[in-house]
Design a protein around this ligand. Sequence first.
Ligand SMILES: C[S@@+](CC[C@H](N)C(=O)[O-])C[C@H]1O[C@@H](n2cnc3c(N)ncnc32)[C@H](O)[C@@H]1O
Length: 273
Amino acid sequence: MNAQTLSRIELESAGFSLKGTGVHYGRARLPGRRSYLFSHMGAEKGAEYDRLYQTDPWHIYAWQQEQATLLRILATYYRNQHIKLLDFACGTARITSFLEDKVDEAVGVDVSESMLAVAERKVKRAKLLHANLLKDNLLAGEKFNLITAFRFFPNAEPALRNAALEVLTSLLSENGCLVLNNHINRQSMFHLYYRLKNSIARRTHRPTFSMGDCREMLFRWKLKITRVYSVGLLHIPHYQLPQALLRADDLGSCSSWLAACSESPTIVCRHRR
Ligand SMILES: C[S@@+](CC[C@H](N)C(=O)[O-])C[C@H]1O[C@@H](n2cnc3c(N)ncnc32)[C@H](O)[C@@H]1O
């Protein structure tokens, strides 16, 4: 499936009913060509994305910290449990391939062929789906007790976020956890620095997503945040801090409040009862 086919399919998919959000995905609000849905369709996207995590010091560090966080989440919430994982917007299977041998069943889903081409080379056991669940929920009726969605929600436009949460909340089991991250956290030191610098220079700042926005988005879908883990509490622009100082994240993760000030916090949420 290429970007063009998907676009046609999307155009045919008018009428998502976003129950509970007050948003109706009617004809006027179809995902346009600028929707985040199409962001990773380019033929080189998969390779470029993967390269970032192999070469860029910040991404390498953040990924190490995220791996440690995912292990903590498994130890805290899933001890002796059968784990059925859905990695939504799995991209090149960064999360899927790390978790697949630590869970019992794993499925990764993405709309981008080029991202999935890289993913296929990495996974051993997990099933990969090339699909847009927001239109055709191929997994309808199944329940997952662990759903991950990394680097998706902060970038997605509000209608796409809501469409995704409508599907993901229906697939999340009663006691399951949805684990997402906010890699453009407005409250982080890194983004505060850039916002200040750009406002002095009267330049526009690239979009950020606040933890308040995130909490509100989840609340509308009857999800509550149970824990926030720190990733990049001390990431300072243009300055490569020694690994020992970056470990402030370990301290940050002791308090959800402190972790919410890190650059790319990992957020665990569950259904609100
Ligand atoms: C920045 S990548 C993140 C990949 C992976 N989760 C990670 O953290 O490495 C965002 C991914 O979201 C995917 N995406 C966007 N809209 C989607 C949708 N409706 N369903 C599934 N994947 C989607 C894109 O194709 C892209 O691969």
